[in-house]
Design a protein around this ligand. Structure first.
Ligand code: ARG
Length: 457
């Protein structure tokens, strides 16, 4: 298709290094849709005849049927999906096929196809995230009052509820969805009609092709149109951030499913066994979600480095934009589905969680707060007194509320019997009723809002 000025053909190495068809065949649906939009516009503008346009459009439909049934044939000589399709069109309808590429270049063609592909990937990520959020709010609602230890430094800190913990992931995934939505809004400008880099002398209608392809508007600068890959980078940034959240959730499930914790039994459907240790039930899906986040972050790094320092407009380096995006999108879809299944199918062992919260001096802050409120002691001093109580309890292998009033008063005489009401994990959790706090009533309020936002009500 470009051999006119060449005396010899490309070497085998040139063909191999040049070919993007092994991966860009994934763009075939977008390529056909964009070509149909383009040729309909060419006909409407009188740039090609109605007859030629009808033949081209019909041929493209035939090719779509062939690809659907048999896959896209890989021919390295034809380099990419654009040339494979155009060459098949020529076989099917003859010389009229050559009119399709009027007022167009592969540079604006690939930029258009890729935007359409990434737009679909964004919509798919949003659906996966919405499903995960539904699972989170359902389980959070069930366990709005179930007490577990809250951790900082992975050391027992203060009691929280399982519902509160799960709703933290609802917030993270809400930000993920909003990042994808922002990225989609900026992406949604059509590069088609930028042609090679400078626009075209043909009287094309860029508004029309933009409309047909569901873009909000044509892009305003043709050089930017063919050289911009911000949309792919933003998609990967959003995917990387989302995968980080999933990896944190996965890691918690891995820890919680370990025998010393025993906070959760993972669904059999998302676990594997060991070929040597019969007792093992391994959290492989969660571990792979944790691992795959590394590959998704790697995909972002790969595209960032590809684009760094490229001059305007198109450079062939940019052909390397697709593999990282395709890989990350496939991994993200899988990871979202795996974590959704994990949340839906997990058996939370809330009696173990509660026992762990009771054992870990999680209500020490409540004792200090009580001293501030009831005995008007400055918080720093209350902190010190409480530390002495924890030390004594620990030395005797007791929980804080198992110390006697005499033992507590020996530490500080201002403590009285009423303190025991503050030392239970239930009282502790119920007291944290500040907006966004872990009190069950707060968690239930946030769950209700989330259910409305998700259309579950
Ligand atoms: N296969 C190319 C890519 O994926 C299509 C654009 C080629 N343009 C060009 N002038 N060689 O980026």
């Amino acid at each position: 298709m470009w051999g006119g000025r060449f005396a010899g053909g490309p070497s085998a190495i040139m063909r191999e290094i040049n070919a993007s068809i092994p991966f860009d065949k994934a763009l075939w649906r977008q390529d056909i849709a964009a070509s149909k939009a383009h040729v309909a516009m060419l006909a409407a503008q009188g740039i090609v005849s109605q007859d030629d346009a009808a033949a081209i459009s019909g041929g493209l439909d035939t090719i779509a049927g062939e690809y659907e049934a048999n896959g896209v044939p890989e021919n390295w000589d034809l380099e990419d999906i654009h040339m494979v399709t155009e060459s098949r069109l020529a076989e099917l309808i003859g010389a009229a096929a050559g009119r399709l590429h009027t007022a167009r270049s592969r540079n604006d063609q690939v930029a258009t196809d890729f935007r359409l592909w990434v737009r679909d990937a964004i919509d798919q990520a949003d659906q996966g995230l919405a499903a995960l959020q539904r699972a989170l709010v359902v389980r959070a609602g069930e366990h709005a009052g179930a007490i577990m230890p809250g951790f900082t430094h992975l050391q027992t800190a203060q009691p929280v509820t399982l519902g509160h913990h799960l709703m933290a992931y609802y917030e993270m995934t809400a930000r993920d969805r909003s990042r994808f939505a922002d990225c989609r809004a900026r992406l949604n400008q059509s590069p088609l009609g930028s042609a090679a880099l400078a626009g075209t002398g043909f009287p094309i209608d860029r508004q029309a092709t933009a409309r047909t392809l569901g873009f909000d508007a044509p892009g305003r600068n043709s050089l930017d149109g063919v050289s911009d890959r911000d949309f792919a980078i933003e998609y990967l940034t959003s995917a990387a951030q989302c995968s980080l959240h999933l990896s944190r959730l996965a890691e918690e499930f891995i820890i919680w499913a370990s025998q010393p914790f025993g906070f959760v039994t993972l669904p059999d459907s998302l676990s594997t066994g060991s070929s040597i240790m019969p007792q093992k039930k391994n959290p492989d899906a969660a571990e792979l979600v944790r691992g795959h986040s590394g590959r998704i972050v790697g995909a972002l790094t790969s595209l960032l480095v590809t684009m760094k320092g490229l001059p305007l407009a198109y450079s062939k380096d940019m052909q390397d934009d697709k593999v990282p995006v395709f890989e990350a999108a496939g991994l993200l879809t899988l990871c979202l589905a795996a974590m959704t299944g994990m949340i839906e199918g997990a058996t939370f062992r809330i009696e173990r969680m509660r026992a762990a919260a009771e054992l870990g001096y999680a209500t020490a802050t409540d004792l200090a707060d009580w001293l501030v409120r009831q005995a008007n002691i400055p918080f720093r001093e209350a902190h010190h007194i409480t530390g002495a109580a924890v030390k004594l309890a620990e030395a005797n292998g007791l929980a804080l509320d198992q110390l006697t009033i005499a033992q507590l008063q020996a530490i500080d005489p201002r403590i009285d019997e009423r303190v025991f009401a503050a030392l239970s994990v239930d009282a502790s959790v119920a007291s944290r009723a500040s907006y966004g706090g872990t009190a069950p009533e707060q968690v239930r309020a946030r769950v209700a809002e989330a259910r409305t936002a998700l259309g579950l009500e």
